[in-house]
Design a protein around this ligand. Structure first.
Ligand code: HEC
Length: 169
């Protein structure tokens, strides 16, 4: 009896774990998908970083030289902070409209920063949207290596021959 009870317990624990893992995987998947939508459309990150995050929006570097996010060394939380707060003294804008109204960003206000205050992005992102884009950048772009045709097709859908310029893998 003891054997069977504990076996049953173990089986139940495994089921519970599978449910937890399964549901969190789905949530992360949805987050990455909505993160990609925000990256692509709402926030307009590709204007400066390129659709693939490689730092070449239309084949050449944008004004302000947005870096390759595929090669970023930042952690997910540092990526999130950069999106929320921008980068003082650089063209990277902030997407939290209340950044620098209090000390939520780098413990600084607009007054502390003066001329170095990053510009406010034309679009405001809500905290959950900033989370979603940060998850997308950290999970799908960071460390992704050279751009492939498959990634291009995933991003644009079957976009005619546009993606043919990228290697298959
Ligand atoms: C107006 C152009 C512009 C837009 C739009 C823009 N960025 Fe940036 N971004 C930059 C520049 C320029 C830098 C480099 C800042 C520096 O010199 O430190 C940067 C830096 C970053 C970094 C830090 C990378 C690193 O390794 O230090 C992240 C992360 C980032 N951007 C994410 C985003 C995301 C996500 C979006 C959209 C929500 C976005 N950016 C929109 C121009 C832009």
């Amino acid at each position: 009896m003891i054997c069977c009870t504990s076996r049953f317990g173990a089986a139940m624990a495994a089921v519970a774990l599978a449910i937890v893992l399964g549901s969190s995987a789905t949530a992360a998947g949805e987050d990455a998908a909505s993160g990609q939508r925000i990256w692509k459309s709402k926030a307009g990150c590709p204007t400066c970083h390129g659709w693939s995050g490689d730092g070449f929006p239309s084949g050449f570097h944008s004004e302000g030289n947005a870096p390759s996010l595929r090669e970023t060394q930042l952690t997910r939380d540092q990526i999130r902070e950069t999106i929320q707060c921008g980068r003082p003294g650089t063209p990277m804008p902030h997407f939290d409209r209340f950044a620098y109204t209090d000390k939520r960003c780098y413990d600084m206000t607009a007054e502390d920063l003066g001329d170095l205050e990053p510009i406010r992005a034309p679009t405001t992102l809500q905290p959950y949207e900033i989370d979603a884009v940060a998850d997308y950048v950290a999970g799908k772009i960071k460390g992704a290596g050279p751009v492939t045709r498959a990634q291009c097709v995933e991003f644009f859908g079957e976009a005619g021959s546009y993606c043919d310029k990228y290697p298959e893998r």
